[in-house]
Design a protein around this ligand. Structure first.
Ligand code: CP
Length: 335
């Protein structure tokens, strides 16, 4: 495996094979599988789970890792092209990335959306510029428009819980948040559920439709898997017989990069906080999923998050197992 950048680069069976490997590594540990191998981890954006789970994954497979992030005592990093570097930043990303990569056998990179230009973010332009600097296998640890490690872990979590693939009803719901958030997780999630073969409903208030390219990609995946994808603002209709509700906030494409007008659009949407009444028409066993971190009392109530519907800790744990499978494939002796 030369890169792990997008679940769309794999077939349904290849994803299932990765998840079988994740379960095998859990049940039958291989503490020497990646002996002597080093994973470079570049975090240009914050993290808890991704940072910890990749390091833990490498240790559990017998390898090692190191982390570089701008808030460490490194030289200030410049990322703009064609800039005269007479300001604070003393090092350009164009040198930093290949240097960091050269110390490892593979590299993971996290770079959130700059949220200045919707088209550039939808094309994952910044992440592509970074990966073009590499001659090593790489892992997308969340870019402007993708979070494949989260999606792999979420797919595994649904498998673990025997949530149906064909006929499974998956609701991806927008949730209130005080700040506009990136499109990476909703884009990756709607595609993942569609690729898994589920009937996917994107539930969102008016103005928060997902961009056409994201919906088209998910629809194409559903056509292959036998699933379906639709969008609605009708909560009752969306939640009818749902097996899963996955909550996430995201920016409005109509106000992208314009914080003030997006703030106006959000006014009055504070009731988009998942709570028990949302589940009235859902399956009795309907689960609550979220990638974390999550704001209690804003995105979801304490009662749901602390109750039996919530599988958020299970999802976070599966990040480590899913990534162990990716690393095993990428860096193992048979890779
Ligand atoms: N879900 C996720 O990627 O968590 P972190 O941002 O903490 O890594």
């Amino acid at each position: 495996m030369k890169s792990f950048n997008d679940l769309a680069d794999f077939s349904h069976d290849e994803v299932e094979a990765l998840l079988d490997l994740a379960s095998r590594l859990h049940n039958h540990p291989e503490p020497q599988a990646l002996q002597g191998k080093v994973l470079s981890l570049l975090f240009l954006s914050p993290s808890l789970r991704t940072l910890a789970s990749f390091q833990a994954a490498m240790v559990r497979l017998g390898g090692g890792s190191f982390v570089i992030s701008p808030n460490m005592s490194i030289h200030g990093l410049e990322s703009r092209s064609g800039i005269v570097m007479d300001g604070v930043a003393a090092e350009h990303i164009r040198e930093a990335v290949p240097v960091i990569a050269s110390y490892g056998d593979a590299i993971g990179i996290r770079a959130f959306a700059e949220r200045r230009n919707l088209e550039a973010d939808l094309a994952d332009a910044e992440f592509s510029e970074l990966t073009e600097l590499l001659d090593k296998p790489y892992i997308n640890m969340e870019s402007a428009i993708n979070h494949p490690c989260q999606s792999l872990a979420d797919w595994k979590t649904m498998n673990d819980l025997a949530i149906p693939q064909k006929g499974g009803k998956f609701v991806l719901s927008w949730a209130y948040h005080p700040r506009p958030l990136p499109l990476a997780v909703p884009a990756a999630t709607v595609h993942m559920a569609a690729m898994r073969g589920m009937d996917v409903t994107v539930l969102r208030p008016e103005g928060f439709e997902l961009p056409e390219s994201i919906m088209n990609k998910a629809t194409a995946a559903a056509e292959v898997s036998g699933g379906s994808v639709r969008e609605t603002d009708d909560r009752q209709d969306a939640m009818q017989d749902a097996h899963v509700i996955y909550a996430k906030s995201w920016s409005s494409q109509h106000h992208y990069a314009d914080r003030t007008s997006e703030q106006e659009l959000r006014k009055g949407l504070e009731d988009w906080c998942v709570d028990e009444p949302w589940f009235e028409n859902a399956q009795d066993s309907c689960r609550f999923m979220h990638c974390l971190p999550v704001r209690r009392g804003v995105v979801v109530s304490d009662a749901i998050l602390d109750g039996p519907r919530s599988v958020v800790i299970h999802e976070a744990y599966n990040r480590m197992l899913a990534q162990m499978a990716v690393l095993h494939q990428m860096l193992g002796t048979r890779s």
